[in-house]
Write a protein that binds this ligand. Sequence first.
Ligand code: NAG
Ligand code: CU
Length: 125
Amino acid sequence: MAKTRGSAVVATALMMCLVVLFHCKVAEAATYTVGDASGWTFNMVDWPKGKNFKAGDILVFNYTPGTHNVVVVDESGYNGCTTPSGAKVYQTGKDQIKLVKGQNYFICNFTGHCESGMKIAITAT
Ligand SMILES: *[C@@H]1O[C@H](CO)[C@@H](O)[C@H](O)[C@H]1NC(C)=O
Ligand SMILES: [Cu+2]
């Protein structure tokens, strides 16, 4: 009897820990609107500066569909404004993209846009 009650207490304590951990994890994820009020547009290169991004944080890219897009690229795609084959393209105008740990690179691949600073590089810890 006492043994059973003991296990129940341990199980309850474990469950509480899990609930707390899960809660913290959820609370930690942040959502960022790229470009803030301007939305996803030109000269975005400095927007990530001074922000503390974490893996799992969400970026929201707001723009008029058909005028821009968001392409997930690699470092050379970011530096050279090129689109790697098989790159994922978002184009709804309110795209939500979850950051992965490490480097995350996004460009708009409409002709000339990335060259005009429509690109961001983010390091998520
Ligand atoms: C943008 O990327 C898509 C997907 O790779 C590609 O089909 C399209 O041609 C690219 N646009 C430009 C202007 O490079
Ligand atoms: Cu664009």
